[in-house]
Design a protein around this ligand. Structure first.
Ligand code: SF4
Length: 307
């Protein structure tokens, strides 16, 4: 089974993290630039729901009163700016337009700015580590879509980005995969199961059992539901400890298969800096790809179609 993505994954992103100074106080950051060359492997779709609401830059900061972004869409909460002006109508239009752009672009993922009452998904405030009342107004719309959600601040951390990107690749690959029979789904599961096991061993075992005990002729509903469960696991971030344990296992198998010389790739070690750790993972991946060895820690690669 082909484990390569040839078409770029499209990622929506909170625009203030794509080099645009669109935050209320005319500030912005370029988190994507920090990824270096790898940023070119993706197509980025920057949107700012507050700018699309027509409120301009700079503008007074806003907050949700009283309720969450979900309440907002049910008419039970409002968006107000610091001067007390109700900007709910503007925000409704801005967030809907942002969502429309993201969905029209064919984005499969969104890198959201956590802590914003608009783009936040699990927090709507940055104050005192409080959560606010998540999700934000735009975050609420993002959660209702079948998107792979990445907290944009994690782009600053090499190991967190490594973890998000490998699961995003797996997510996009499974989403694009047309399943024509049980055997095909089995093969897909064999490819993805290690990343799923890393997220939740029990849930992954359950998925394997569901597939094994399903009738030979799978219904469309079964495939869709089974895929949804895999997507759910792929969306869950791992930990450095779990990644390390998985990689040690793969490294041992890799060495056994190829009898690698010690200097070619080092054993994954948490004693080195996180940066070096990710570099070693990258080397292992590249070697595995060159040798057509199945490297379960990052099962899906992006290789641009050169035709
Ligand atoms: S609305 Fe979203 S994209 Fe716009 S400035 Fe706020 S966090 Fe950034």
């Amino acid at each position: 089974m082909n484990r390569v993505l040839t078409e770029k994954i499209r990622i929506g992103i909170s625009e203030c993290n794509f080099g645009a100074q669109v935050r209320w106080n005319h500030v912005g950051w370029d988190r994507v630039a920090k990824l270096g060359r790898v940023q070119m492997d993706y197509a980025w779709i920057p949107v700012c729901p507050e700018v699309l609401s027509g409120l301009g830059v700079p503008r007074p900061p806003m907050k949700l009163v009283v309720g969450s972004g979900d309440d907002f869409w049910q008419g039970k909460a409002r968006m107000k700016n610091r001067q007390g002006r109700d900007v709910s109508n503007e925000m409704r239009a801005g967030a809907s337009t942002a969502q429309e752009i993201i969905m029209r672009s064919g984005a499969e993922a969104f890198a959201f700015m956590e802590g914003s009452p608009s783009c936040g998904v699990y927090r709507t405030t940055l104050k005192d580590k409080r959560l606010g009342r998540p999700p934000g107004v735009f975050g609420s719309l993002l959660l209702k879509k079948d998107l792979f959600l990445i907290p944009v601040l994690d782009l600053d951390s090499p190991w967190k980005w490594w973890d998000w990107s490998r699961r995003l690749h797996a997510f996009a690959w499974l989403k694009r995969l047309e399943v024509n029979g049980k055997q095909e789904l089995f093969e897909a599961w064999h490819i993805l199961k290690f990343v799923c096991q890393e997220a939740d061993e029990r849930a992954a075992r359950n998925l394997g059992t569901q597939l094994a005990t399903a009738p030979r002729k799978l219904t469309k509903e079964f495939v869709a539901d089974w895929k949804m469960q895999v997507f759910f696991l792929l969306r869950r971030p791992s930990t450095l400890k779990r990644i390390h344990a998985t990689m040690v296992k793969h490294y041992a198998h890799y060495r056994k298969t190829f009898g690698l010389k010690a200097q070619e790739v080092s054993a994954p070690s948490l004693l080195v800096s996180k940066h070096e750790f990710v570099e070693e993972l990258g080397k292992m991946e590249r070697k595995a790809f060159e040798k057509e060895y199945f490297f379960a820690g990052r099962p899906i690669f992006y290789v641009p179609d050169s035709r």
